[in-house]
Design a protein around this ligand. Structure first.
Ligand code: RIB
Length: 313
């Protein structure tokens, strides 16, 4: 068992991403020619963990992969990125998770289908075993690419042990257990997730504010609704006003994983700059994610601290 202190623990998913780039996304029933195919390391949990580590966080990943070559390669990927992989469990009962379809068009927009496989088998008993390391962590990050019960258990354990929580309800489900809101210090979602969760349409900054207020009412400490090129809105339980954080305009090549880059960066700032205002953290995380959308792929597009402007640190 580890005795080290961690900035960021992620309890979440690993996927191998199979990515096709083409001029546009096909319509239902249609076949079109694409231009490029590549594989990469993905999964929202691992992406967020790796972005935090690349910014300088001491990061630890808790997840499950299969007894297959994708699992072998993923464990090596954590080591290559200085992420602690002591709690990367393995199973022969399912394959390592895969994002078997990621399609990216010329505008950098994407659609994704995942088969979570081994990710869904992370158990409550395994999470219990992680408790000593969780107690030594500053921030816990969870998403919904593992079983919701496992995510919720991790959030509860963090809460009981005064570890700050970030919850990213992705992929979103309409009937999210209300306890997710109450166990989230920061509840961070994008436009489509906010829409599904609240039933409100979210396309403008004002829509983001209204959806954020509804989510805040459900018991979160703070809410961040990310709005792509429109930046994000930040709402805090103790403040009436919502803050709009705009982004610097960039030309996107590939937006896949931009939300994960944002959340990984947010976790890094929350762990390393505990006195910084959440709005400033969101502003900086927006900039980190803005760099990532200008490169192709998911983790391949995430920058290291040394490659980023010094004023981000
Ligand atoms: O958020 C992007 C990620 O979603 C991809 O890496 C893919 O694996 C899916 O989990």
């Amino acid at each position: 068992m580890t005795e080290e202190a961690f900035d960021v623990m992620v309890v979440g998913s690993c996927m191998t991403d199979l990515v096709c780039r083409g001029p546009r996304l096909p319509k239902e029933g249609e076949t079109i020619h694409g231009q490029e195919f590549f594989t990469g390391f993905g999964g929202k949990g691992a992406n967020q963990c790796i972005q935090a580590a690349r910014l300088g966080a001491r990061a630890i990943m808790v997840c499950k992969v299969g007894e297959d070559s994708y699992g072998d390669r993923y464990i090596q990927n954590f080591k290559d990125n200085s992420v602690h992989a002591e709690f990367v469990w393995r199973t022969s009962a399912a394959a390592t998770g895969i994002a078997s379809i990621i399609m990216v068009n010329d505008e950098g927009k994407n659609l994704i289908m995942i088969v979570a496989g081994a990710n869904m088998l992370l158990s409550g008993a395994e999470l219990q075993g992680v408790l000593p390391a969780l107690r030594l962590s500053k921030v816990l990050v969870c998403q919904l690419e593992i079983s919701p019960e496992a995510s919720l258990q991790a959030l509860r354990l963090a809460r009981h042990n005064q570890v700050t929580t970030i919850f990213n309800p992705a992929p979103a489900v309409p009937d999210l257990d209300p306890e997710f809101y109450r166990t989230s210090d920061v509840f961070c979602c994008n436009e489509s997730e906010a829409e599904l969760l609240t039933g409100l349409q979210v396309s403008s900054v004002e829509d983001g504010r209204q959806a954020g207020q509804e989510l805040l009412r459900r018991g979160c400490g703070s809410v961040i609704v990310t709005l792509g090129h429109q930046g994000c809105v930040v709402l805090k339980a103790q403040e009436a006003a919502a803050h709009h954080i705009p982004t610097t305009p960039v030309t996107p090549l590939d937006t896949t994983g931009a939300g994960d880059s944002f959340i990984g960066a947010l976790a890094f700032y929350m762990a390393r700059y505990p006195t910084m205002q959440l709005e400033e953290m969101a502003r900086r995380a927006n900039r980190v994610a803005g760099f990532s959308v200008q490169k192709a792929g998911t983790q391949t597009s995430f920058y290291n601290k040394t490659e980023l402007p010094k004023d981000l640190f």
